[in-house]
Ligand binder design. Structure first.
Ligand SMILES: [Zn+2]
Length: 140
C-alpha cells in the first residue's frame, strides 16, 4: 500500500463517519420536528393576547380610590391589531380559563418558532449530506 492509497482510504472512511453522523443528526432533527408538530396539532383552544390585572378609580368623590387605593385587581386581556392596542375586561368567572388559553397560545407560538429553526437546520444538514455525496463525472 503506497501513501496515496492510504490517504484515499482514510478520506473515504472520514466521509463515511461524517455521513453517518449527519444522518444521525437528521434523524434527531426530524424526531424533534415530529414531536413538536404533533404537540401543536393536539393543542387545546387558545387566545391571542396578554392577560393582566387592571386597577381602577371610580366616580365617587370621597372614595379611597381617589387617595391611591384603587379598585381591583380586575382581569383584562389586551392584544394588537395592525399596531393598535385593543383591550377588554375579562369576567371573573372566565379569568382562569382565559389566562390558561393565553399561555397556550404563547407556548404554541414558541414551538412554531422552534420548528422553523429546526427546519432551517434540517436544510443545512441535507446540504452537507449533498456536498459529501456529490461526485463529478467522469471522476478525476
Ligand atoms: Zn372608588
Amino acid at each position: 500500500m503506497n501513501t496515496n492509497d492510504a490517504s484515499i482510504s482514510f478520506s473515504s472512511q472520514d466521509t463515511g463517519d461524517q455521513l453517518s453522523s449527519l444522518r444521525q443528526r437528521l434523524r434527531n432533527q426530524l424526531r424533534v420536528v415530529e414531536d413538536l408538530s404533533w404537540a401543536l396539532g393536539d393543542s387545546s383552544p387558545m387566545i391571542m393576547g396578554s392577560y393582566y390585572q387592571v386597577y381602577k378609580t371610580c366616580t365617587q368623590k370621597n372614595c379611597k380610590c381617589r387617595r391611591g387605593e384603587k379598585h381591583g385587581p380586575f382581569p383584562a386581556l389586551s392584544w394588537s391589531v395592525e399596531g393598535k392596542r385593543k383591550m377588554v375586561m375579562v369576567k371573573e368567572a372566565d379569568a382562569g380559563s382565559v389566562q390558561h388559553k393565553v399561555g397556550a397560545y404563547r407556548q404554541f407560538q414558541k414551538n412554531m418558532g422552534r420548528i422553523r429553526q429546526i427546519m432551517t437546520a434540517i436544510d443545512e444538514t441535507l446540504s452537507q449530506i449533498r456536498t459529501l455525496l456529490l461526485e463529478e463525472y467522469p471522476k478525476r
